[in-house]
Design a protein around this ligand. Sequence first.
Ligand SMILES: Cc1cc2nc3c(=O)[nH]c(=O)nc-3n(C[C@H](O)[C@H](O)[C@H](O)COP(=O)(O)OP(=O)(O)OC[C@H]3O[C@@H](n4cnc5c(N)ncnc54)[C@H](O)[C@@H]3O)c2cc1C
Length: 415
Amino acid sequence: MESNKDVIIVGGGIIGLACAHYLIEKNVSVRIIEQELIGSGASHGNCGLLYFPDVIPLCEPGAVRHEIIKTITGKSSLYIKPTLDLKLIRWLVKFAAHCTQSHLDTASKAKNDILRYSMTLFDRLFTEHAIECDFEKKGVLHLFKDKKKFEAYESTNTFLQNFGFGAKALEQDDARKLEPAIHEDIAGAWHNQSIWHLRPEMLVDAWKKLLIKKGLIIEEKCKMTGFGITQGKIKSVKTVKGQYKADTFILATGAWAPETEKQLNLSIPVQPGKGYSITMERPDQSCEIPCYFYEKNIVATPWKTGYRLGGTMEFSGFSDTLNKKRLARIISGAKQYLNPSIGHPVIEEWTGLRPMTYDDLPIIDRSAFHDNLFIATGHGMLGLTLATGTGKSVCDMICNGKAQIDLTPFSLDRF
Ligand SMILES: Cc1cc2nc3c(=O)[nH]c(=O)nc-3n(C[C@H](O)[C@H](O)[C@H](O)COP(=O)(O)OP(=O)(O)OC[C@H]3O[C@@H](n4cnc5c(N)ncnc54)[C@H](O)[C@@H]3O)c2cc1C
């Protein structure tokens, strides 16, 4: 079937690629404009978890109080650089205002819809295409040092069970039988089997190659500087290499999305949430199941081809400086939960910017001012997990006028 549509996607991260995938399936011709290289943003060195049970928003009731206590006691993985940046201050105030029971109720339902949808679509993607990316379905072990916190997780688990995403509690001995790499003094673990994992940079690379074979055009080192707009319609994308025309445009620039909000007359309140990871060869007796170190907010992801530790959340603008102290904290944190937690040699120390919204819901919408412009950003901690549900929804809006899931909670006019 021939399609006469052509679409330009600005931003070559996992969200841009997923949009391209579903559009190309519909025979749409697609060009991605990327300022650096495809997959060089947050989609490169993340922890690689397809974390489908993550229905609880970051701004849950009590989140701010808990973080303040953890910050005072030096246990927080969150860092907010003192700032006079009014946009960030407003963002933080709004985040705090969303830590309510009513937001938890509405956001968890909305998140569940798109998480479930993405889960089904990832299953289909990997069944239909040979995409080499160390994909496995082993779940994640949530490890606890503190017995009280391990027991208290029962109430979180009951909440997750309502969505069919419950985990299994394992006392220390059973946890260590299942995963011998776990440290001797762990209090217990919750094994959630609805989480899958893969190596994100391999996914990006393999998916990109597959799409190029199907006709995807890519412009790299091609920063977008603005849009060419005539009579309320977007006609072209202006870049450092010249202008590119198309019928339809998708803004998938992750944490950088607010750069164009003024020209587009939109409010896109996304802040960069900086995270770190360390990639190494697998330790001799590596864990086989990905582990989440609950009290430290650190993840260890083992793959056939390597091993990664990742975490932290820093609000410090667009800096990509590698803070050695935070990297050292990730290593020392991991050592408290897993016996052989460090591998040699270290292959990469990395930092990436998560596109964070203050209500912890993504933005997937058509612009109210330019009906041939679609926005897909704000995926926060879950951009990899939500890529398929987002890409398919954007494609359905463009090709059929409507997505298969309700996108109202992800609309731009909530801001
Ligand atoms: C440490 C860490 C661990 C994480 N772990 C997980 C995990 O386990 N599971 C999960 O689901 N998510 C995880 N995430 C979150 C996930 O990585 C992000 O949500 C996701 O990568 C966002 O994808 P994106 O395509 O929106 O953004 P990006 O990957 O950042 O892509 C946006 C692209 O747009 C390009 N761009 C920006 N401006 C312009 C412009 N003007 N012109 C042209 N191009 C432009 C950028 O160069 C970039 O390549 C993690 C993040 C971090 C930092």
